[in-house]
Design a protein around this ligand. Structure first.
Ligand code: ADP
Ligand code: ZN
Length: 613
């Protein structure tokens, strides 16, 4: 958490500095007013004023003459070297002083010097302070403009370890070689291995990206810089770029270290996008970031950059190129087991009595982020404190849950138990068809009822090979799989929910293509009906009829399969309700079926392309 630096937070030293500064400013102000109130006049004008008797006082120091008019205004002038001062003696009522050389305006010069000295000393301390104490955010103060406002933590300050991050096993595993590199960079260079310099962490807010980044620093025992990319971008063009430069310079000085850039999309979205059309400032900032990263890629600096975003889709491709953020780590919403572990991590900090059933809390918090869960625990502790009780109890957890849920309602999906069960059956339906038609469908990858974005659940399958064409049986099997979600819901609950809308949309699209483009309908024949063509009413209704017929055929096929395998459907659904995420292997094990051999594929790299329904 960043707090604004308080100006008067430094105790007696700050007080003295402030006092001295004020004195300096007063002295300088006096000097300035003196100079401003003094009129610089030409000799001719001075001469005229003198003969007309307008001058009350006169101080001469060599050729320098200062004086005061009768109306109180001050003036100064320079007189010729051979000026005849006796002209003054002819005037009445004038105070005329000839000052000894050099003494003239000594106090003025002194106060001037003193003022400058004090201000200089002040600026110097400020500069030194903001340089040395990076951890307090050197960005504040007058020198802050071009400096990065990154927070720096020295190794001793980073106390988070991997054990403090619950769940996220995949992400942790992916980050192991980052730790390895930070601890032992020489090993990497010796082996000629690719150095993991830039990693992009993808996930919704509150799921532990920052925590994870910090834990990597904790494990590697290195310094940690944390900054939000949105703080780079300022009103003035060039400021962001200079902040990026400053950040990386500081990072290099503190190597080995981690630079964590949150919300990288704030500077890293496609160029030419975003507010105000071509945004020069953001573009310059992004370019500077790219330049710095390229510099790292070829240097020996042991600096690792971890960036976080929940919008990888808007990122500029240039950021993802090799040598930049070429590695990606997913930080998803926690499944039920991870939720339990997160609760366990946070409950260590508070006291609970035995009525608290964390298992139950974990089960009833689908769609909660790690931060939400931390909040639940915190809220329960507050409720106990308010009630004047030492330990939180189950009722307090119940109430805490309600509060956080209410707060979340607008932001994300909150599921009732019935929603959850329906989702489980829906996904089980897709999954079962996927398994029962192995020849026509891409192999099952995993299935989950943890909400993602706006989808309540997802069944993933994996393309075994790049697909260039599909045949009729495959397309019908896919449509059957799409229908199966709704069918499973109806089988179990005898209810129709809205969740199948997206499935139907996809199915309709596929069948439309079968009928209109691929000649897979007897009654329409091998004719292509393009989108913009004008059809007769008869043709339009024939297309509709055929689309409906084929969809029905697929629906019936799926319904029969599900009815005949009802026991399997129930097993998958129950498995999902229990653990929320099942890998293909786990599904096959549940059903006591042998998993067909899948051509080896790197799962991670395929995930993005996997079809989901
Ligand atoms: P992000 O950076 O993804 O928005 P944070 O790392 O800031 O999320 O997480 C916010 C807080 O939520 C953390 O400080 C921690 O208390 C809690 N939290 C999130 N994920 C986890 C986790 N996996 N294990 C333990 N605590 C977590
Ligand atoms: Zn579906």
């Amino acid at each position: 958490m960043r707090r604004p630096k308080k100006f008067f937070s430094g105790g007696p030293r700050t007080f003295v500095i402030t006092f001295v500064v004020i004195v300096g400013i007063v002295l300088l102000a006096q000097l300035v007013t003196h100079m401003m109130n003094t009129d610089h006049v030409a000799y001719s004008q001075f001469s005229e004023s003198l003969t007309k008797g307008k001058i009350a006082q006169l101080y001469q120091n060599g050729q320098q003459v200062e004086g005061v008019y009768r109306d109180g205004k001050r003036f100064e002038t320079v007189v010729p070297a051979n000026w005849d001062y006796r002209i003054v003696e002819r005037q009445k009522d004038i105070a005329y002083v000839i000052l000894p050389p050099r003494q003239f305006s000594l106090p003025l010069i002194l106060s001037l010097l003193l003022g400058f000295f004090i201000l200089g000393a002040f600026l110097w301390t400020m500069l030194r302070q903001s340089r040395s104490s990076g951890s307090s955010g050197g960005g504040s103060g007058i020198f802050g403009v071009g400096r990065s406002n990154a927070q720096m933590f020295v190794p001793e300050q980073v106390k988070v370890k991997f054990d403090d991050v619950a769940g996220l096993h995949g992400a942790k595993e992916d980050l192991l070689d980052v730790i390895d590199f930070l601890k032992n960079p020489k090993k990497f260079s010796k082996l000629g291995a690719k150095v993991p310099k830039g990693t992009l962490m993808i996930g919704e807010p509150g799921n532990g990206k920052t925590l994870l980044a910090k834990a990597v620093a904790g494990e590697a025992n290195c310094a940690f810089f944390s900054v939000s990319a949105s703080s780079f971008v300022e009103m003035f063009v060039g400021v962001g770029a200079s902040r990026v430069r400053d950040l990386f310079a500081r990072a290099r000085k503190n190597a080995p270290c981690i630079v964590f850039i949150d919300e990288i999309d704030a500077v890293g979205s496609h160029r030419g996008r975003g507010y105000g059309g071509g945004n020069d400032e953001r573009e310059q900032t992004l370019n500077q970031l790219l330049t710095e990263m390229d510099g790292f890629a070829t240097s020996d600096d042991t600096v690792v950059i971890l960036a976080a975003t929940n919008r990888p889709d808007v990122l500029d491709r240039a950021l993802l190129r090799p040598g930049r953020f070429d590695r990606q780590v997913n930080v998803p919403y926690p499944d039920v087991r991870s939720r339990l572990q997160i609760l366990q991590v946070h409950i260590k900090n508070i006291k609970c009595d035995s009525s608290v059933d964390l298992d139950k809390v974990a089960r009833s918090t689908v769609g909660f982020s790690g931060a939400d869960l931390a909040n639940v625990v915190n809220e329960a502790a507050i409720l106990a404190a308010k009630a004047g009780i030492k330990k939180s109890n189950a009722d307090m957890f119940e109430e805490a849950l309600d509060r956080i849920t209410l707060g979340k309602e607008h932001k994300s999906i909150v599921l009732t138990e019935l929603d959850r069960e329906m989702t489980a059956y829906h996904e089980a339906g897709h999954t079962l068809i996927n398994i029962l038609l192995p020849d026509d469908l891409e192999p099952l990858h995993k299935v989950t009822i943890v909400p993602r974005g706006r989808a309540l659940g997802v069944t993933f399958s994996l393309p075994e090979r790049d697909k260039y064409s599909s045949n009729e049986a495959e397309m019908k099997a896919l449509v059957a799989k799409l229908m199966a979600g709704r069918i499973a819901e109806e089988l179990k609950f005898d209810k129709r929910a809205t969740g199948a809308h997206n499935d139907f949309e996809k199915a309709t699209e596929i069948v439309q293509k079968m009928v209109r483009f691929y000649g897979m309908s007897e009654s329409l024949g091998n004719v292509v009906y393009k989108d913009n063509d004008q059809f007769s009413d008869e043709t339009v209704s024939l297309i509709d009829q055929e689309v409906r017929r084929i969809v029905k055929e697929c629906y019936d096929m799926a319904a029969k399969l599900l009815r005949d395998n009802r026991d399997k459907l129930d097993k998958i659904a129950n498995g999902l309700l229990e653990s929320e995420l099942l890998s293909a292997a786990q599904v096959y094990a549940l059903l006591d079926m042998e998993q067909p051999k899948v051509a080896t594929l790197e799962l991670e790299s395929v995930e993005a392309d996997s079809t989901s329904v």
